[in-house]
Structure formats: structure tokens, C-alpha cells
Design a protein around this ligand. Structure first.
Ligand SMILES: [Zn+2]
Ligand SMILES: [Zn+2]
Length: 241
């Protein structure tokens, strides 16, 4: 896959708040800006279920939604795609929406709102420098390969399991080095957290930010293993790689 010179991930919405003045809701939305060669690409990953929260946070952060070239929907849960039909009319006609699987109502809504659904059954470099893992049981994850760093993997809820997702991204990209993993990990207990933390530590991940649907016990267990490499997320947090 093509390398990015740099990528910036802005958390527009998470269950928690990072920056004062922003709002939170149960859901996730990430604004991904990447520089590939001399071009800039902007992807919106997930929209959360609350357009009101999304509008408030984008205006507080000065984020321009109209710059979004493509939307990436991790999976068909309302807390990830619920406000899609409000976002699409703000974008140019036929903006591609990368989804993990067929979904009669979801696909219909995208078309009715002016978007162009693209089902990512298999892994694909859907934009230069950005890949989908391909469908893993109803969810796919977005990742980029940052020069001299490695993969930056973004997950929605990680229903297929964060370890499986990371393995898949490494396999389909052929890039073994994983620099960062950010998103919902969908685990809750200490034991699961420890298992994930040990795996990420073993493969040399340098930044992990379990958020959204990751339970507190799991986060703490990951932080115990990863130390300062485990960082909090929340609405308004900006990661630059
Ligand atoms: Zn979720
Ligand atoms: Zn979910």
C-alpha cells in the first residue's frame, strides 16, 4: 500500500470529552486528514448517531466537513452511522461511502442522501494510502501506513476482536510494524484487557487509545501493560503521526 507522509486523526465524537467546550455522546466519529505525496485527503470515519453533537463539535473545532472526500462506516450500528443521512447532504454529490457489508436500509439511506455506497467485502486500498481490512463479521477497520512509523489502525467497535483486526491489517498490507491503534475495543474485563495489552506490547505498538465501547477495567489493564503508550481519547483529542 502507498505510504502517507503524515496523518492527523481528530476525534470529533467519543463517549468521553477530551477538550472543554465539546460535547460527547455514546458513539464515535473520527476526522482523518492524510498527506500522500503532494496531495491531501480527508476521510470521515463514522458519524455517531447524533448529528447535533457532530455539528456542535465540528464548529467548536473549526473542522470543515465539506472537505470530506469519502466516508468510512465501520459497521451498521446506529452509534456509528446514525447521522449519516444528515452528513451526506453537506458533501458533494455521490461522495463514496465505504461500508462493510450489504444492508438494505443502510444502502438505501445512503443513496437517498446523495452518497455512493461501496461495499468492502474484501480488503481494499480504497483511496491512495488508506485501506479497509475488508469485512470481518459485519465490521471493517480503516488503516494507513505512515512513513518511518508503520500502520495506524482505527477501529469502530472492534466487534471482530481487536487482535484479529490488527492481524488482518498486517497481513493484507504486508506491513508488520503497527504504530498506533485507536478506537473502540469492545472488551470490558481485566482479563481481556490484559490479553489485548500483552499482544499490542509484544508486537511493539507505540500508541494505543482504547475508547468508546472499551470498558474501564479493560482500559486500566491495557494501561498497566502499555504504560505511557496508552493514552486517553475523547471528543476533541487530536493525534498527529
Ligand atoms: Zn459502537
Ligand atoms: Zn457496535
Amino acid at each position: 500500500m502507498k505510504e502517507c507522509n503524515s496523518v492527523t486523526v481528530t476525534t470529533l465524537i467519543d463517549n468521553d470529552i477530551w477538550k472543554g467546550g465539546l460535547a460527547s455522546t455514546w458513539g464515535l466519529s473520527l476526522y482523518v486528514k492524510m498527506d500522500v505525496e503532494h496531495r491531501r485527503h480527508v476521510i470521515l470515519m463514522d458519524t455517531s448517531g447524533s448529528f447535533e453533537t457532530l455539528s456542535k463539535n465540528t464548529s467548536e473545532l473549526g473542522v470543515d466537513l465539506s472537505a470530506v472526500e469519502a466516508i468510512f462506516i465501520s459497521h451498521w450500528h446506529g452509534d456509528h452511522c446514525g447521522s449519516l443521512s444528515h452528513v451526506l447532504p453537506l458533501l458533494k454529490q455521490s461522495t463514496p461511502v465505504y461500508v462493510p457489508s450489504e444492508n438494505t436500509f443502510g444502502i438505501r439511506d445512503i443513496k437517498q442522501s446523495g452518497g455512493a455506497p461501496r461495499v468492502c467485502s474484501e480488503s481494499i486500498e480504497f483511496m491512495e494510502g488508506a485501506m479497509s481490512t475488508g469485512d470481518l463479521g459485519g465490521e471493517h477497520s480503516l488503516f494507513v501506513n505512515v512513513r518511518d512509523k508503520g500502520l495506524v489502525i482505527l477501529t469502530g467497535c472492534a466487534h471482530p476482536g481487536i487482535i484479529n483486526i490488527v492481524r488482518r491489517a498486517r497481513k493484507v498490507s504486508g506491513v508488520p510494524k503497527v504504530y498506533a491503534v485507536i478506537g473502540g475495543f469492545h472488551i470490558s474485563g481485566i482479563h481481556e484487557g490484559r490479553r489485548v495489552g500483552e499482544f499490542l506490547d509484544k508486537i511493539g505498538v507505540e500508541l494505543v487509545s482504547p475508547c468508546h465501547c472499551t470498558g474501564a477495567d479493560s482500559r486500566n489493564a491495557i494501561a498497566d501493560i502499555m504504560g505511557e503508550r496508552c493514552v486517553r481519547n475523547g471528543s476533541g483529542r487530536i493525534f498527529s503521526f
